[in-house]
Design a protein around this ligand. Structure first.
Ligand SMILES: [Zn+2]
Length: 392
């Protein structure tokens, strides 16, 4: 007994010394990279990505059968400029998009939007209040692009790296005046009828205060319900509801190419519909890294998103009737690129805040009708243009 206690003490002492060392190391490491200045947080980073860069040719036809909307949450022009320099001048988005525009992101009652209001603007064509999801400023439910596409017999998809009850995916599948009512938002997935759903946030579906298990209820509605990537990979054609994490998916370094694989699985599934499809693919966690002012995590997230953009563009080039629109819902961190070296992949950046900004965000497009996404537009125009192109 005494020996056991002695051993426990020894082990605890060892662990606490180790933790102390680790915390000291990380504190020193982060001080070395980040400096608090009068204007915000300045940090430096050297790129080391070897993600796949593709080269696609513009398509010739005009007919659009499918639309893929790719959102980098919080991925403003400076985030992309920083990733471009860190990658020594290579980025699939910048190298392959055939048209470029700018989108105004302000919400109905607040200049600086959140993902709820901006997601709603893109999904439904209406500016709404900060924190609202799929409803107008009076709280009335609005039809989203996914609803309209479903009604026309198109297939629909939502693939995200955050929880499915987080603001952006919720704007395409749910209606609520408050994005924080995540258990209510989860219930809306029972009725939104999206064909291929992939993301995280499982506790909102199966560890609920009302004790309901929405994973099981989705299965009863005819979905193949998947709890892991392994199960998702093996899913047959038809409806898929894959919620593979309790919370958000891990960050890019830990996630590997999961986002990419999920997108390719979704495309395989959705393209079986001869009428076409509309799908949302979101690199959700770019926004988190902006909030944390962590350029060393921000760049790998953008690279992961950019790698998937490359895959999607190659798929669209092959298909010839797919329009791809790549944009952000807002900028995060009020980032500026203040110095760097293009040939060495070095960047020095300054974050001026830890929330969002109202800097217009870039819109990149590729495929038939992509010219309609050039110039300055409002985020609500994204809805209007896609609705008109797909005749929804
Ligand atoms: Zn955010």
């Amino acid at each position: 007994m005494q020996l056991t206690t002695y051993l426990q003490h020894a082990i605890m002492k060892y662990i606490s010394t180790y933790l102390l060392f680790l915390s000291f190391f990380f504190t020193v490491e982060s001080f070395a990279q980040m400096v608090q200045t009068e204007n915000g947080l300045r940090s430096s980073y050297t790129g080391h990505s070897n993600h796949k860069i593709v080269q696609v040719e513009p398509v010739k036809g005009k007919k659009v059968k499918n639309v893929i909307l790719m959102i980098g949450d919080g991925m403003g022009l400076t985030q992309l400029s920083t990733a471009y320099v860190a990658n020594k001048g290579k980025l699939n988005i910048l190298d392959n998009a055939t048209h470029t525009g700018l989108s105004k992101t302000y919400s109905a009652n607040k200049l600086i939007t959140d993902s709820g209001a901006s997601g709603t603007a893109m999904a439904t064509g209406q500016k709404t209040n900060y924190h609202s999801i799929g409803v107008d400023t009076q709280g009335n439910a609005l039809q989203s692009l996914t609803d309209l596409a479903n009604n026309k017999g198109l297939s629909t998809g939502v693939v995200v790296t955050c929880g499915l009850t987080d603001a952006t995916p919720a704007a395409f599948c749910a209606n609520n005046i408050d994005r924080d009512r995540e258990e209510e938002i989860a219930l809306d997935y029972l009725h939104c009828d999206v064909d291929f759903i992939f993301g995280g946030g499982r506790t909102k579906f199966n560890q609920r205060s009302d004790k309901r298990d929405l994973m099981q209820e989705m299965q009863q509605k005819g979905y193949q319900v998947c709890y892991s990537w392994q199960e998702t990979k093996l899913a047959q054609m038809g409806k898929v509801f894959a919620v593979i994490e309790d919370g958000q998916l891990p960050l890019a370094d830990e996630r590997g190419d999961l986002f990419n694989k999920a997108i390719l699985k979704a495309l395989e599934n959705l393209s079986a519909n001869k009428k076409g499809f509309f799908t949302l693919f979101e690199g959700s966690r770019i926004d988190d890294c902006g909030h944390w002012n962590k350029v060393s995590q921000l760049i790998p997230e953008i690279n992961d998103f950019d790698q998937s953009v490359g895959e999607v563009l190659q798929w669209a080039e092959q298909d010839g009737k797919t329009l791809v629109v790549i944009l952000a819902d807002h900028e995060t961190g009020a980032l500026t690129l203040t110095d760097g070296n293009l040939s060495k992949g070095e960047v020095t950046v300054n974050f001026a805040n830890t929330s969002h900004s109202d800097i217009m965000v870039p819109v990149y497009s590729y495929g038939p009708q992509s010219e309609l996404f050039s110039g300055v537009m409002d985020n609500t125009d994204i809805f209007n243009k896609i609705k008109s192109i797909l005749k929804l």
